[in-house]
Design a protein around this ligand. Structure first.
Ligand code: GDP
Ligand code: GDP
Length: 460
């Protein structure tokens, strides 16, 4: 499990130069395709023995002056949401500018892990800018020269421990946070309702012939298309923005949408692996199954991948129009789902016909609800009342006669919800007990389906 790093910064600070240095070769991008604009690009980065995904907010240069600020802000927000870690670059020669302040504000608000980089710091010309950068409130700036390759060692040493953290599957979305339970934040829940500025991001994945393109075309056909095809994040996926039954939505897909978009593509056949990449950019993943051949190993891998990546999952069973014994079939499907994908307990399963459009309204509702749960924040007070009740009902074991004590819990992050439980001897706590807690959280706080992360941290 590797991590993703977004390079954030206003135009001209050296993002692309650094991107190219990390990726090491010129990428074949989709920008030669007519009618397609690109705004975020992604590359496979290499730094020493680290391998990770780097995301760059390219294309900002194309914006006209007065639209630049808003565009920069929106792009940055999107990149921040996609990435595990942000590398925020300023130009040390230019010092901190008003645009830098705007971006710093976004980064501070989002609470992501931020590394502050003062670029163009080779020689002495950047000294003042480096000092200036302390004032951004994002910690000590790292001196970089993307052009000359300076500071790469230091960057490596900062990323290394983070990479280790992300390597462990369970820690895939572990935030680096200070625990502070005195600060009740129930009243400060940010509004995550999809809007034009922050559309609901959905990926439709499934194996070939499941009906992905039929489904997306049906959705597009019946709703107003807000913008034309936009270039992908990766060369193998594109996204479309639309108004899906009143919800501003961005749908990511692979080959299927290209047919509709009439984008000529040299890549003829895309593998499921390509489709999986769209998952990284989605908030909700619709796993589309063919009712006639559901839950085959490929489907299971896809669903498991979405869960591992921490995405909200909705299972849609397609081609329901040709199913004859609907009641029996539904029972069988639910049974299989629970047995084969216990990690997605309670995730919605919706039957649809992409061909006739039947069930698409229910799919829309399920996607919205999954998104809502994925964004859910549980207040610390309620959480700890719940923890106490759980421990009383079923105390943790006492290996060697010493009972493991669970001190308190706090939610450290949403999208997906992640919790930290402070306890004595976390290493001795059986995984069955963690599972008991996770399932309890789901039931008590009405969070079915969404991946829930729980970390045990040591406190004696
Ligand atoms: P971005 O598009 O905003 O990410 O910026 P670019 O990567 O296109 O770089 C903008 C300009 O700054 C280009 O002329 C680069 O050659 C230059 N540049 C990038 N990194 C450095 C650096 O470390 N030192 C110096 N002196 N110039 C740099
Ligand atoms: P993709 O490879 O996942 O994009 O799948 P397609 O959208 O190309 O669909 C594969 C085949 O299944 C096509 O022949 C579609 O007409 C058919 N198909 C897709 N959805 C449905 C459906 O809801 N009902 C029926 N009967 N056929 C469907």
């Amino acid at each position: 499990m590797s991590f993703s790093l977004a390079i954030i910064g206003r135009p001209n600070v050296g993002k692309s130069t650094l991107f190219n240095r990390l990726v090491g070769k010129r990428l074949a991008l989709v920008d030669d395709q007519p009618g397609v604009t690109r705004d975020l690009r992604e590359g496979a980065a290499k730094l020493g023995d680290l391998r990770f995904t780097v995301i760059d907010t390219a294309g900002l240069e194309d914006a006209t002056d007065d639209s630049l600020q808003g565009r920069m802000r929106r792009l940055t927000e999107r990149a921040v949401d996609m990435a595990d870690i942000c590398l925020f670059l300023i130009d040390a020669r230019a010092g901190v500018t008003a645009s830098d302040e705007v971006l710093a504000e976004i980064l501070r608000k989002r609470g992501t892990h931020v590394i502050l980089g003062a670029n163009k710091a080779e020689g002495r010309a950047g000294e003042a800018g480096v000092l200036d950068a302390y004032g951004l409130g994002l910690g000590e700036p790292l001196r970089l020269s993307a052009e000359h390759g300076e500071g790469m060692d230091e960057l490596y040493h900062i990323l290394r421990p983070l990479a280790e953290e992300y390597e462990e599957r369970a820690e895939a979305t572990a935030p680096v946070v200070d625990l502070d339970i005195s600060d009740e934040d129930e009243d400060e829940v940010p509004d995550h309702t999809p809007s034009a500025a922050r559309p609901l991001q959905v990926a439709v994945i499934g194996r070939p012939n499941a009906g992905k393109s039929t489904l997306i075309n049906k959705i597009l056909g019946e709703d107003r298309l807000l913008t034309g095809p936009e270039a992908g994040i990766t060369r193998d996926s594109i996204s479309l923005s639309l108004d899906w039954m009143g919800t501003p939505t961005r749908i990511f897909d692979t080959a299927g949408m290209r047919k509709k978009a009439r984008v000529v593509d040299k890549v003829e056949k895309l593998s499921v692996a390509d489709g999986l990449r769209a998952v990284r950019f989605a908030e909700v993943v619709v796993v589309l199954l063919d009712a006639a051949i559901p839950f085959e190993s490929q489907d299971l891998r896809i669903a498991d991948f979405a869960e591992t990546e921490g995405r909200a999952v909705v299972v849609a069973v397609n081609k329901w129009d040709i199913e004859e014994e609907k009641q029996d079939k539904l029972k069988e499907l639910r049974h299989k789902f629970e047995k084969l994908l216990p990690q997605l307990r309670g995730a919605p399963m919706v039957t649809v016909s992409a061909k006739t459009g039947k069930g698409l309204d229910r799919l829309h509702d399920a996607v919205l609800r999954a998104h809502d749960i994925w964004n859910r924040r549980v207040g610390t007070a309620k959480l700890n009342q719940w923890l106490e009740a759980m421990v009383t009902a079923h105390p943790p074991p006492a290996p060697g006669g010493k009972r493991i004590k669970l001190r308190y819990a706090t939610q450290v992050k949403t999208r997906p919800p992640a919790f930290v439980v402070m306890c004595s001897h976390p290493e001795d706590l059986p995984t069955a007990y963690s599972r008991y807690l996770v399932n309890g959280l789901r039931d008590n706080f009405d969070m079915p389906g969404t991946p829930i992360r729980m970390f045990m941290r040591s406190q004696n």
